[in-house]
Design a protein around this ligand. Structure first.
Ligand SMILES: Nc1ncnc2c1ncn2[C@@H]1O[C@H](COP(=O)(O)OP(=O)(O)OP(=O)(O)O)[C@@H](O)[C@H]1O
Length: 744
């Protein structure tokens, strides 16, 4: 039996067609069973830079490049680097090397080049067909180099981080971030990541810690193969190499290619947050596309592996996002136990409203909880209150005396959730005294009385209908669990992991807190305050969730290009954001290691011209071979969504609206910016980004003046969410006046 390790830089694998991939699979199966099997033709080369390099026969035309390493008992491990056409494979193999970085212990597999300075430089400079790097570096004559201006020296890069001297030299000469990015893109995974960290100006020690370079050096007196095997265990090596446990795992890695890389090759920081034990609730923030969801999924699986009896809840803002989480979890590990009920061993995955409903469905007696939250032991069925409609009816039917700007469904619903339900207020006396931190509008005593009159009307209405609103379900479920815990009947979960947490309001948090007892690994919270597009900000400390000292941030974007990221982050500039612990949320460290075209901003003279522009762009992508389902048109509202679906259809483009349904293949997706939360597409068009729709004038009209800044922040965030969905190309179109959120 041979151990198999696969390397991530499998550009060669991406180009292989299906039949060859199947043969690679067969090759692996045979190799892991018996590496001496004659059909494999595992052969050393006559002349090779590295004596460990081997090629193996995939079929008549293709050969795999591998490194063979032996443990102290002589048992082999094969490190698979990729598959190439026969002659190319042999020529590349001769010049391929595997080595342990002497400074940081990371394993480095380099294909097709000798490990000399000239070659490494060539590697970065030569594959520069557009000449962009040359141009970027050429600026150096009149601009002082960037990294030295931040106080870094060549020795910092080479002797403290272990960056290849040739790459380090180039980086030290680079005049600006842009040039360093070009270098990072072509360096090894860990090198690229470290170079991007350097650009942000953080200390060398921090970069070392982030990449796990603080572990003791690998003993240089060990046999070289032993050193390599030890290096494979280092966090930075795991960005490029992974052991393959079985054939099924191998098939998934090969078939999913780049799209499945998140399953196998985690960044050292991501791995730490997925696996490290925490002494209490932990908050992981990070920009769009930094892998917060990936970490949440890995963490759920890790905890389940550690203890198969653990009751784990993985939840998120809504049902569609939860379906995505469950699909990804199954893709990560088909053997993982998915629990059908909260409280069962395994991982229960639901949107937070469905989770609350499941808690109610399982409860024996909801009387006490209902009384504590709503003031009476209601009898409610499964129907949900249509809050908007009921508020409107109650406002129209009640002579409350409340000013018209406050007597709106939006204001009342927010007040009801953030103040009344959050504090379990059931009487006017309580409401008159309850603190209302974070609510934009101050209320005088008469105004509070008027609001309470409407709230009573609302509750009466729901009681008569036998309905509860979604936030009421949450509040009652949370109270039920709290009472259960108080009566020593225990919590229903051991670990709770929540994604998209920035959008949760006070009653969501009450439920999350009540699900799990305070202690090690209780709550794991993934969030990005810049992406808060619903409700009002909350402060975790006030909701009984103590994070202090246990919050970290991911900054490396895996989704999009540096160009798209720069544009998306630009949308946030000038606005102030607070995280869930009231800290300042900044974007300065966000970065991406991938390059692409600049986003295209297209002003159109009319709506018809805009639709023609969008249709022409989509047609061009489809003609270029882009799969239609990886193209998305995002609109601010439902009306424009409908308009684009129809108009694109009339122009011969099969476009479908995406709502509660999951995306299906064969057609372009048209969806609202809200629906796009948590999703990603290869090509994205943000359509209708004019000053009437973004920010939405209709939405802003429903918000009282004091809450306008908050509402505008949400609109800004929404555009940021939308712009950060594009993996490769982003186009923004509008007709009429451009949205002010796009800047000048
Ligand atoms: N270690 C990794 N290797 C390869 N791809 C990764 C890695 N981590 C994340 N990704 C990819 O980056 C993209 C963004 O990841 P993910 O959705 O987890 O980010 P996020 O921070 O939750 O984003 P958002 O906040 O925008 O929803 C996904 O396509 C994911 O597969």
């Amino acid at each position: 039996m041979a151990n198999l390790v696969i390397a991530s830089n499998n550009k060669a694998m991406r180009k292989l067609d299906r039949s060859v991939k199947n043969k690679v699979m067969d090759f692996f199966e045979k190799l892991s069973a018996d590496d001496t099997a004659p059909g494999l033709h595992i052969e050393p080369l006559k002349v090779a830079a590295d004596p460990r390099v081997r090629t193996g026969r995939v079929d008549l035309h293709y050969r795999a490049i591998l490194f063979r390493v032996e443990d102290q008992f002589g048992d082999p491990t094969y490190i698979y680097m990729g598959t190439w056409p026969h002659d190319e494979a042999n020529s590349l193999a001769e010049r391929s090397t595997l080595r342990v970085n002497p400074i940081n212990g990371a394993l480095e597999g380099i294909i097709g080049e000798l490990d000399g300075t000239a070659d490494r430089k060539k590697r970065v400079v030569v594959p520069d067909p557009t000449g962009e790097l040359d141009r970027a570096l050429a600026k150096s004559t009149d601009t002082p180099p960037y990294l030295p201006s931040l106080g870094f020296t060549l020795a910092d890069l080479t002797d403290k981080l272990g960056i290849d001297p040739a790459i380090a030299e180039l980086a030290m000469e680079a005049p600006d971030e842009d040039a360093i990015l070009h270098i990072a893109e072509k360096a090894l995974e860990w090198e690229g990541s470290a170079l991007l960290e350097l650009v942000t100006g953080i200390s060398i020690d921090e970069i070392r810690a982030k990449h796990g370079f603080t572990e003791a050096p690998i003993d240089p007196t060990l046999d070289e193969d032993q050193q390599i095997l030890e290096a494979l265990e280092r966090p930075a090596s795991k960005m490029q190499f992974a052991y393959i446990e079985d054939d099924e795992e191998l098939r998934r890695v090969i078939e999913s290619g780049d799209f499945g890389a998140w399953r196998t090759f985690l960044h050292p920081e991501q791995r730490t947050y997925a696996e490290k034990n925490q002494t209490g609730s932990f908050r992981l923030s990070g920009g769009a596309g930094t892998g917060k969801t990936v970490v949440a999924i890995h963490r759920a699986r890790h905890l389940a592996k550690e203890n198969p009896d653990a009751r784990i809840i993985l939840t998120t803002y809504n049902k569609t996002l939860a379906l995505g989480l469950e699909a990804d979890l199954r893709f990560l590990d088909p053997s993982v136990t998915i629990a059908s009920k909260p409280g069962n061993p395994g991982i229960y995955v639901r949107g937070i409203d469905a989770l609350a409903k499941a808690v109610l469905d399982q409860a024996d007696d909801l009387g006490p909880a209902s009384e504590a939250v709503l003031g009476a032991a209601y009898h409610f069925g499964h129907a949900r209150t249509r809050s908007d409609v009921v508020w409107r009816e109650v406002i129209d039917a009640t002579d409350s005396g409340l000013d018209a700007k406050l007597a709106t469904p939006t204001f009342l619903e927010n007040e009801y959730v953030a103040v009344v339900l959050a504090n379990k207020v059931t009487t006017l006396e309580q409401y008159a005294k309850v603190p209302r931190p974070g609510r934009g509008v101050r209320l005088s005593r008469p105004q509070r009385m008027a609001v309470w009159k409407l709230i009573e009307g609302y509750r009466r209405h729901s009681r008569m209908d036998g309905t509860l609103s979604f936030p009421e379900v949450l509040a009652v479920a949370a109270e039920h669990l709290r009472l259960r815990n108080e009566a020593d009947r225990g919590c229903i979960a051991d670990h709770v992991i929540v994604d998209e947490a920035q959008d949760l309001h006070a009653t969501h948090w009450a439920l999350l807190r009540a699900l799990v007892v305070e202690g090690p690994n209780d709550l794991f919270i993934a969030e990005d305050s810049h992406q808060r597009i619903y409700g009002q900000p909350v402060v975790l400390g006030r909701l009984g969730i103590k994070i202090v000292g246990r919050s970290r941030r991911l900054t490396l974007n895996y989704r999009t290009t540096a160009q798209n990221l720069h544009f998306a982050v630009g949308i946030l500039s000038g606005a102030e954001y607070k995280d869930l612990e009231q800290g300042e949320e900044s974007t300065t460290e966000y970065r991406s290691a991938r390059l692409g075209p600049n986003p295209r901003l297209v002003e159109c003279s009319s709506q018809t011209k805009e639709i023609e522009t969008v249709a022409a762009q989509i047609q061009q992508w489809i003609d270029d071979g882009i799969e239609p389902e990886t193209i998305a048109v995002l609109t601010r509202g439902l009306d424009e969504r409908g308009r684009f679906v129809r108009a694109l259809g009339e122009r011969g483009i099969d476009a479908r609206a995406l709502e509660d349904n999951q995306p299906s293949s064969g057609h372009v997706q048209v969806l609202t910016m809200h629906r796009a939360k948590g999703m990603e597409f290869s090509r994205v068009i943000l359509a209708g980004v004019d000053d009437a729709h973004v920010p939405s004038a209709a939405t802003m009209r429903t918000v009282p003046e004091e809450e306008q800044p908050e509402a505008l922040l949400r609109e800004r965030s929404l555009l940021y969410v939308a712009a950060s969905r594009a993996r490769d190309e982003l186009v923004v179109t509008w007709s009429g006046k451009k949205s002010a959120l796009l800047g000048s």
